[in-house]
Design a binder for this molecule. Structure first.
Ligand SMILES: C[S@@+](CC[C@H](N)C(=O)[O-])C[C@H]1O[C@@H](n2cnc3c(N)ncnc32)[C@H](O)[C@@H]1O
Length: 395
């Protein structure tokens, strides 16, 4: 590539980045770097583009390369500091923010991230919790909310010793918090086999208002429409659909084309209230999904379970209760998070299931029609991988 072509490719990449065309920007910056690996602006552009795509782990290397250049600007260091924070390298983030601060005062939001990173790094390094938290907020009234945030961040980044330390401190101060109690149990008790009902109800009641925005817009969650596309390859219409763990009813629209009467079941009253606002469900029932299935005399020709089996570890009781409820020839469409073997609880408190485990339980009563591995939703600095299934009830 001639120098002129390098310059033109770089300018096009910058333009693509400004216009939100991330893939074009990435390809352009990479082409420039293939011709000139020392092109610091292209390293920075690539890092920024990867951050914009929430590929924080990948963004660190080009941002480091950019900031190693004599042409590095303070804002490049600030971006690297943010990227390190978002990958869970808190002490690395502090060090880089401090290098940026040598060149002038940090912007307010970077100053805040630096303070948060300093507090989190101090907890990891065994500093007394109150002293560590005071690095983030001088306001003692804010201590609990800062500690909750620290616990969530450590759990998300799987820094489990630090999560247990701050988690135990929090549990002492909020003994009635059932959401925290379960989150701690997951980190300390190997016998956990499902998320308890009081945890599910409290967690999703508190989450119901933000759920759709958080899952669909921020986390790119698409399981309901992906499952609907898979089901459509095997059926055009149903009469009765049962939506297990229906939540706010995100499945109602993608499955509307099948023309069925829709029944939703969920433990969270807050989520059911949101589902009711859609006017798409004939019935919405507050119950545990396994209890609901066990009590059923009626049958359904499609049963859905999008992103809900992740709250059950052992799926044997579910499949046992489900089989009589799906009509012979009827379908069961569902998602799981992927495990290597059997089932396991994740630091998030959700559960992952291996394909072989799912098939072992399902195949006495069901034939597997479709199985796809896909990105379920964003998770921390990466993505949660999921398995999507469509199964047919044997006669
Ligand atoms: C991640 S949301 C998914 C909601 C919906 N299926 C979707 O795809 O948007 C999980 C839902 O399952 C519900 N849930 C979790 N475990 C449950 C259980 N054992 N019985 C009933 N509902 C449950 C939660 O209350 C929550 O509304």
């Amino acid at each position: 590539m001639s120098q002129q072509t390098v310059a033109e490719t770089f300018n096009s990449a910058v333009q693509a980045s400004g216009e939100g065309r991330g893939e074009d920007a990435e390809a352009g910056f990479r082409a420039v770097l293939a011709a000139d690996p020392n092109h610091a602006e292209a390293q920075f552009g690539l890092g920024l583009t990867l951050m914009g795509a929430r590929r924080f782990n990948e963004s660190v290397e080009p941002l480091r390369n950019a900031t190693a250049s004599p042409a590095a600007e303070a804002v490049w260091l600030v971006c690297l500091g943010q990227a390190l924070y978002l990958t869970g390298d808190f002490s690395g983030a502090v060090e880089v923010f401090d290098r940026a601060a040598c060149q002038g005062p940090l912007p307010a939001n970077a100053d805040q991230v630096r303070a948060r990173a300093a507090a989190l790094a101090a907890i990891i390094n065994g500093v007394l919790i109150e002293d560590a938290l005071s690095l983030y907020s001088a306001d003692p009234e804010e201590e609990l909310s800062v500690a909750r945030e620290a616990f969530a961040v450590f759990s998300a980044f799987e820094q489990l010793d630090a999560a247990r330390t701050i988690g135990a401190w929090l549990a002492e101060r909020s003994p009635d918090d059932v959401v925290h109690a379960y989150a701690m149990r997951v980190l300390t008790d190997a016998s956990v086999s499902r998320a308890p009902a009081d945890y599910v109800a409290a967690k999703f009641d508190g989450f119901a208002d933000q759920f759709d925005h958080q899952l669909v817009t921020l986390l790119d969650y698409q399981a309901p429409s992906l499952l609907a596309g898979m089901v459509a390859r095997h059926a055009t219409a149903f009469s009765e659909i049962l939506d297990l763990g229906c939540g706010t009813g995100l499945s109602a629209e993608p499955f509307a084309g099948f023309g069925a009467r829709l029944t939703g079941v969920d433990l969270s009253g807050g989520m059911l209230a949101k589902a009711a606002e859609r006017n798409a469900y004939a019935r919405l029932i507050q119950a545990d999904i396994v209890d609901f299935l066990r009590d059923r005399a009626e049958t359904f020709d499609l049963v859905l379970a999008a992103d809900v089996l992740i709250y059950l570890g052992d799926l044997a009781p579910l499949f046992e209760a489900l089989s009589p409820v799906v009509r012979p020839g009827g379908l069961f469409a569902f998602s799981v998070e992927v495990a290597a073997d059997g089932w396991s609880v994740l630091p998030s408190g959700r559960f992952a299931h291996a394909d072989a485990y799912v098939r072992d339980l399902a195949t006495p009563a069901f034939e597997v029609l479709e199985h796809e591995i896909t990105d379920l939703r964003r998770e921390g600095a990466g993505v949660a991988r999921g398995g999507l299934y469509v199964m047919r009830r044997k006669a």
